[in-house]
Design a binder for this molecule. Structure first.
Ligand SMILES: O=C(COP(=O)(O)O)NO
Ligand SMILES: [Ca+2]
Ligand code: NA
Ligand SMILES: [Zn+2]
Length: 311
């Protein structure tokens, strides 16, 4: 069934596991993710950036949002696993409203690059509208380093746990993304991978609410190697190691945003297939390996996060 993200995350919060939130831009990634969810009998959160809405809608974000709602609902309504659709990194008021109007389960209002009081104001505005129509809301505190779709935040400013408690009380947001040292993309750490567990623990103790980890891809080396065998150059790529990811779940992370790992899996499968099949031009065939690799990464992640058999 098509459900509200909050329902998925409240259960995860109670039982201390996490649910992956997988980004999509097209049909093929959605198919592969859904196959992984069916195999693992796991709840799924599908998420799209504002850019994905514009991409699918050929420049019109509301048309793109409606297209994604229809696609996701078509799968969700016909399956036993709970599936939600979430707007990731909503920054533009009109785009966030478009997602709500189109029927998204939840939206993120990302005003994390603004001073605290501005972040609170922007979040309260969206919470008031979203809650009026049963849509749940995510917000972010602290800044991720790296590229956030199209916003380069220079430094990574980690979450202040006391601020988080105040922020949640003021905004009544449903789930919170505390910055604890991750960043978006395939090049996450200069040196060794390290996250601020202490801040995460404090935020959980002070808020007791579902928490979100952004920039949570592991950059699966198996996929990097396949892609590089067939011409990719992903030198220096590094993600969040599995043991560190598991520790964040143990400490209270319940939604794990995963985009880069699926992109790496897809391009690895595509490069491999195209290199070995010079005569093929049927899209249902030349994207087959790509979709299989995405499904594999999805299935492994659902297992790792503990949401397998929780549907
Ligand atoms: O935070 C993410 C995805 O992060 P990755 O680049 O690590 O997949 N989306 O909002
Ligand atoms: Ca942000
Ligand atoms: Na999000
Ligand atoms: Zn993110």
């Amino acid at each position: 069934p098509y459900v509200n993200t909050k329902d998925i995350l409240e259960k995860a919060n109670k039982e201390y596991y996490a649910v992956a939130a997988f980004n999509i831009n097209n049909l093929e990634f959605l198919q592969a993710i859904v196959e992984g969810g069916i195999e693992k009998k796991s709840p799924l959160i599908i998420e799209t950036s504002e850019g994905a809405m514009k991409y699918a809608g050929m420049g019109d974000p509301l048309r793109g949002a409606s297209l994604f709602v229809k696609m996701v609902r078509e799968f969700a309504d016909s399956l036993d696993i709970p599936i939600a659709l979430h707007l990731d990194h909503g920054k533009n008021f009109n785009h966030i409203i478009s997602a709500i109007k189109a029927g998204y389960s939840s939206v993120m209002i990302d005003a994390s690059d603004k001073p605290l009081e501005e972040n609170i104001k922007a979040t309260k505005d969206i919470v008031r509208i979203a809650h009026a129509v049963g849509v749940s809301v995510e917000a972010e505190l602290g800044k991720l380093a790296g590229i956030e779709d199209n916003v380069v935040s220079a430094e990574s400013v980690l979450v202040n746990p006391d601020e988080a408690k105040y922020f949640v009380e003021e905004t009544q947001v449903d789930f919170l993304a505390p910055a604890i040292g991750t960043s978006h993309g395939a090049f996450k750490f200069k040196g060794e991978a390290k996250l601020d567990y202490d801040r995460l623990k404090k935020v959980k103790e002070l808020t007791n609410m579902p928490l979100v980890l952004h920039g949570a891809s592991s950059v699966v080396q198996e996929m990097v190697e396949i892609a590089e065998n067939y011409g990719a150059d992903f030198g220096g790529s590094k993600g969040v190691p599995s043991d560190i990811l598991k520790e964040t779940v143990r400490l209270g992370i319940n939604k794990v945003n995963t985009d880069t790992d699926l992109r790496m899996a897809f391009i690895a499968g595509l490069r491999e297939f195209l290199h070995n099949n010079s005569k093929e031009f049927d899209p249902r065939k030349y994207m087959k390996t790509a979709k299989e690799y995405v499904k594999k990464v999805v299935s492994d992640r659902l297992e790792l996060l503990g949401s397998a058999n929780k549907a």
